[in-house]
Design a protein around this ligand. Structure first.
Ligand code: GLU
Length: 409
C-alpha cells in the first residue's frame, strides 16, 4: 500500500495535481470484506476470507484481477486496485480500477475445493459486480477455469448468461482469442520498443525471468519466439535455475507441469534468487509478486532493461537506484498492461457478440502498447523523471480530468 501511495504522491508533486484530486485517489471508493463457508473434500467446513476493492470508476467500470494467495491482505489489494486505476488510464481504456483477493492456498486445494471457493466468492460479491460496475479477471494463482466457474455462478444468479461480468474466460465461453498470453505479449512489445531506443540487438541477447506462472512462462515462449532472445535463467517459488546456452521453453514448461517446479530441470544448475537478479542480461523480467527488487539487491542488478510483468516488483528506493544507474525500467503500469488491454477487448467482444481472430487481437494490442510506450518515454523526457513517475503522471492526469468533468472536485 505504501509504495502505491508514495508513487501517487511523487507523481502528484511533479505534475502539481490539485490536492482534492489526490485525496480522492488516496482512498478507494468502495471495499467489500467477505467471509464465506466452503465444504472441503474431507467433509469439514472451512471459512475463507476475501476482499474486493473498487478504487475508482471515474473513467468506467472498475476492472482488475482476483488473486488467490495464502498471504493476501486488504492492504495489498488496495495498492493493487490503485495500480489498476492508473493502468487502465495509462492505456486510455474506458475503465476504472479494482482488485480482489481470497486468502487461500490453491496449491493445497483440490479442483472441487477451488471451484466451491470461486463460486462462494462470487455469490457473496455478486451485487457488487457486473459488466457495467466491476469486472474481475485472472491474477496471481487464478486461471481461465476459475473465471469460467465465476462467470457461470454469476450468470446463474442473474438468470441469464452474462459473459461480460468477468474476463480471462476460456474462448469456448466468450473469452477473447489472445487473452492467455496477453500480459507477456504486451511486455514483449514494450521490450522491442525499449531495445530500439537503446540500440540493443535483441536477437541472441540474454534474458532471465523471475516467476514462472502464466506471465513468466509466456514471456519465455515469446522472448525466444518473437524476439529471438536466449532465456538463460528462470525461477519459481521453489527454486531458480540457470543455463548459459538458453532454456528451451517447451521442454521446461513440460517439466514444470510434470514436477510442479522449474527446479531440477535437466542440464540446468541451481542458483539463488539474488544470483538470478544479478546476472549480466539484456532484459530481466520480474514476473512474480511485489517488492522483489529492493534497495538491498538493486545495486547488483546488471540488466540493461527491466520489464515489469508483475505488479509492484520494484520498491521506490530500488526504482531510484536503478534509474540513477541507467537501467531502463519499463514500469508495471505499462509493461503488464497487455492483460487488461485484451480484457477490455474481451468486454467489447462480449458486449457486441462478435469475436475477432487472434491476429486482430494481437494487432490491436500492439498498437495500444506501442503508443503507450512512446507516450511514457516522451513524458519522462519532458518532466525529466523516471519512466515510472512519467507513467503515473499520464495516468493520473486522465483520471483527474474525468473526475473534474464529473464534478467530483
Ligand atoms: N490481473 C491483471 C492485471 O493486474 C489483469 C487485470 C484484468 O484483466 O482486468 O493487470
Amino acid at each position: 500500500m505504501l509504495t502505491a501511495l508514495e508513487q501517487l504522491e511523487a507523481a502528484a508533486a511533479v505534475m502539481n495535481l490539485d490536492p482534492a484530486a489526490l485525496e480522492i485517489l488516496r482512498n478507494p471508493l468502495r471495499e467489500l470484506h467477505l467471509s464465506f463457508p466452503v465444504r472441503m473434500d474431507d467433509g469439514s467446513t472451512k471459512v475463507f476470507r476475501g476482499f474486493r476493492v473498487q478504487h475508482n470508476d471515474a473513467r468506467g467500470p472498475c476492472k482488475g484481477g482476483i488473486r488467490f494467495h495464502p498471504l493476501e491482505t486488504i492492504d495489498t489489494v488496495r495498492a493493487l486496485a490503485i495500480w489498476m486505476t492508473l493502468k487502465t488510464a495509462l492505456l486510455d481504456l474506458p475503465l476504472g480500477g479494482g482488485k480482489g483477493g481470497v486468502i487461500c492456498d490453491p496449491k493445497t486445494m483440490s479442483p472441487g475445493e477451488l471451484e466451491r471457493v470461486s463460486r462462494a466468492y462470487i455469490r457473496q460479491a455478486a451485487s457488487f459486480l457486473g459488466p457495467e460496475k466491476d469486472v474481475p479477471a485472472p491474477d496471481v494463482y487464478t486461471s481461465p477455469q476459475i473465471m469460467a466457474w465465476m462467470a457461470d455462478e454469476y450468470s446463474v444468479l442473474q438468470g441469464h448468461y452474462t459473459p461480460g461480468v468477468i474476463t480471462g474466460k476460456p474462448p469456448a465461453i466468450g473469452g477473447s482469442a489472445g487473452r492467455s498470453d496477453a500480459t507477456a505479449r504486451g511486455g514483449i512489445y514494450c521490450v522491442r520498443q525499449a531495445a530500439a531506443l537503446l540500440g540493443i540487438e535483441l536477437s541472441g541477447a540474454t534474458a532471465a525471468i523471475q516467476g514462472y506462472g502464466n506471465a513468466g512462462s509466456s514471456a519465455h515462449k515469446l522472448a525466444s519466439g518473437i524476439l529471438g532472445m536466449q532465456v538463460v535463467a528462470v525461477s519459481d517459488s521453489k527454486g531458480c535455475i540457470h543455463h548459459p546456452e538458453g532454456l528451451d521453453h517447451e521442454a521446461l514448461a513440460a517439466w514444470k507441469k510434470h514436477t510442479g517446479s522449474v527446479r531440477g530441470f535437466p542440464g540446468s544448475t541451481a542458483i539463488s534468487n539474488d544470483e538470478l537478479l544479478g546476472l549480466d542480461l539484456a532484459v530481466l523480467f520480474p514476473a512474480a509478486l511485489e517488492s522483489v527488487l529492493t534497495a538491498d539487491n538493486a545495486p547488483a542488478v546488471k540488466s540493461r532493461i527491466i520489464a515489469e510483468l508483475a505488479n509492484g516488483p520494484t520498491t521506490l528506493e530500488a526504482d531510484t537506484i536503478l534509474h540513477q544507474r541507467g537501467v531502463h525500467i519499463i514500469p508495471d503500469l505499462l509493461c503488464n498492461a497487455g492483460g487488461v488491454t485484451v480484457s477490455w477487448l474481451e468486454m467489447v467482444q462480449n458486449a457486441s457478440g462478435y469475436y475477432w481472430k487472434e491476429e486482430e487481437v494481437h494487432a490491436r494490442l500492439e498498437e495500444r502498447m506501442t503508443g503507450a510506450f512512446h507516450a511514457v518515454h516522451s513524458a519522462a523526457l519532458s518532466y525529466k523523471t523516471s519512466s515510472r513517475t512519467a507513467a503515473s503522471i499520464l495516468a493520473i492526469g486522465r483520471v483527474a480530468e474525468a473526475m473534474k468533468l464529473r464534478g467530483w472536485y
